[in-house]
Ligand binder design. Structure first.
Ligand SMILES: [Zn+2]
Length: 383
C-alpha cells in the first residue's frame, strides 16, 4: 500500500525492442463504482484520466518485464473412449474485489501466455491509505475421474503440465510467478488526486500515476510474496540485485517496502530520486520507478530490463525534453551536467507528430524560469 504525506510516463516506443516479455493486462470488470469512468467522485473526465494514468503505469512496467509466461488453461475433459470414462481438471483463482475487499473466486479462468492480469478498481480506504496492491492466489487445483489404464501416462502428463503452469508458468522453480493480482485506489475526497499523468503534479495533490506504479509493483509480488519474505531478515532485504543497486549494501525494509526515504536513481538513468517502493508519497510530487525498485523485482525472480532513454535531458523518459524533466532535475538535486543536457535539448521530441504541437522554445524557457522561481519560494514538509 501507499500512504500520502507529499516524472515519466514511458510509452512502449522508448524501450529497446524485445520479442518477448510480459504484458500487464488491466481488468476493470470489478470496478463496480466505475471509478475509472463516469463514477469517479471527481467526474467522468477525471475517471478517464485515472484510467489513462493506470494504463501508462502498466505499460511502463510491461516494458521492463522480460519473462516468458506459459498460459494457464484448464484442459478439456479426457475421455478414454467415446463412451468410456471421463477425467477432468479444475482450478480456481481468488483475489480481493477492488470495489469491496471481499474475496472473489473465479472458476477456471483462462490466462493467456505472457499476460499478467490485474483487476483494478476503487473504494474508500481507511485513514491516509492511497492504494492497495498485491498478487492474487489460487486454490490447490484438482484432477479426478477414471480412465482406462492405457491412458494413464497421457493423463499424468496433462495433469503435470497443467499444475506446473499454475505454479511456475514455465519459469524456473523459486521465481515469483502468478496468474496476476488486484489493486485498488482510495475514492475518498481526502485522497485529493492529481489524475493526469501528462501534467506536473499540482501542489498539495497526490499523484495518481505514482501510486499506480507503486501498487502495480506490489501486485507483481514486491513486498507481498513468499519470495520477497524469504529474502527479508529483521529489517534488511538480502537480495543480490538490491545489494548491487544500493551501492553494495543490503537495503533496509519497512514492512513490504524499502525503508522511508530510501534513495535510488530513476531506472535506466542517473537521476537521483527516492524509491517508488518506499512507504509514502509526498504531495505535489511524482515518483518514477527506480533502479532499486527494479532490483527488488529481479531478486524475487522477475527478469527486468531498464527502459532505454535515448534523449539527453529526457529525465522522465517520455520522449521529450520539457518542463516535467526540469522539475524532476530540480527536485532531484542532480548535477549541473544534467541541467546542461536539458538545456541543450529543451523542446525536443522524438516523435514528429508530437513536435508539431510544441510551443516555441522561447515560450518554454520563459515558463520554466517562472516555475523555477515559484518552486524555489515554496518549502513543503517532505513527510
Ligand atoms: Zn506499498
Amino acid at each position: 500500500m501507499l500512504r500520502s504525506t507529499g516524472i515519466a510516463i514511458c510509452l512502449t516506443a522508448c524501450f529497446a525492442g524485445s520479442s518477448h516479455g510480459i504484458t500487464i493486462t488491466l481488468d476493470y470488470s470489478y470496478d463496480a463504482s466505475n471509478f475509472f469512468g463516469s463514477g469517479n467522485p471527481a467526474g467522468a473526465a477525471a475517471g478517464a484520466k485515472a484510467k489513462a494514468s493506470l494504463e501508462a503505469a502498466a505499460g511502463y512496467l510491461s516494458g521492463i518485464l522480460q519473462d516468458s509466461f506459459d498460459s494457464i488453461a484448464t484442459p478439456p475433459p479426457f475421455y478414454s473412449s467415446s463412451t468410456g470414462p471421463q477425467f477432468t481438471w479444475q482450478w480456481e483463482s481468488f483475489f480481493p474485489n477492488p470495489a469491496t475487499g471481499a474475496t472473489v473466486s473465479l472458476q477456471d479462468p483462462i490466462i493467456p501466455a505472457n499476460e499478467y492480469i490485474v483487476y483494478a478498481g476503487g473504494r474508500s480506504l481507511p485513514d491516509t491509505k492511497l492504494g492497495i496492491g498485491g498478487p492474487g492466489g489460487y486454490y490447490p487445483p484438482s484432477a479426478g475421474g477414471s480412465y482406462y489404464p492405457s491412458d494413464k501416462s497421457e493423463i499424468d502428463a496433462i495433469t503435470n503440465a497443467f499444475f506446473d503452469s499454475l505454479a511456475t508458468r514455465g519459469e524456473p522453480a523459486g521465481e515469483f510467478t502468478r496468474w496476476g493480482g488486484a489493486i485498488t485506489f482510495d475514492t475518498d475526497v481526502s485522497a485529493n488526486w492529481h489524475y493526469d499523468h501528462s501534467t506536473p503534479v499540482v501542489t498539495g495533490k497526490n499523484d495518481f500515476y505514482s501510486v499506480a506504479i507503486h501498487e502495480l509493483t506490489h501486485a507483481l509480488g514486491f513486498g507481498t510474496s513468499d519470495e520477497w519474505n524469504a529474502l527479508v531478515s529483521g529489517s534488511t532485504f538480502f537480495g543480490a540485485a538490491a545489494y548491487a543497486a544500493n551501492g553494495n549494501s543490503y537495503p533496509a525494509v519497512n514492512g513490504g517496502h524499502w525503508n522511508y526515504s530510501t534513495q535510488s536513481t530513476v531506472y535506466g538513468t542517473s537521476t537521483p530520486q527516492e524509491a517508488a517502493m518506499d512507504p509514502n508519497l509526498t504531495t505535489g510530487s511524482r515518483k518514477l520507478f527506480t533502479a532499486l525498485d527494479a532490483a527488488g523485482l529481479a531478486d524475487i525472480g522477475w527478469e527486468v530490463q531498464a527502459p532505454v532513454v535515448v534523449l539527453d535531458g529526457d529525465f522522465d523518459g517520455d520522449n521529450d525534453v520539457d518542463g516535467a524533466d526540469f522539475l524532476l532535475w530540480q527536485r532531484s538535486g542532480a548535477s549541473a551536467a544534467d541541467l546542461a543536457k536539458w538545456e541543450a535539448n529543451l523542446g525536443m521530441h522524438l516523435a514528429a507528430p508530437i513536435a508539431a504541437s510544441v510551443p516555441e522554445p522561447g515560450a518554454v524557457v520563459q515558463a520554466f524560469l517562472a516555475a523555477l522561481l515559484c518552486a524555489g519560494s515554496i518549502r513543503r514538509p517532505r513527510r
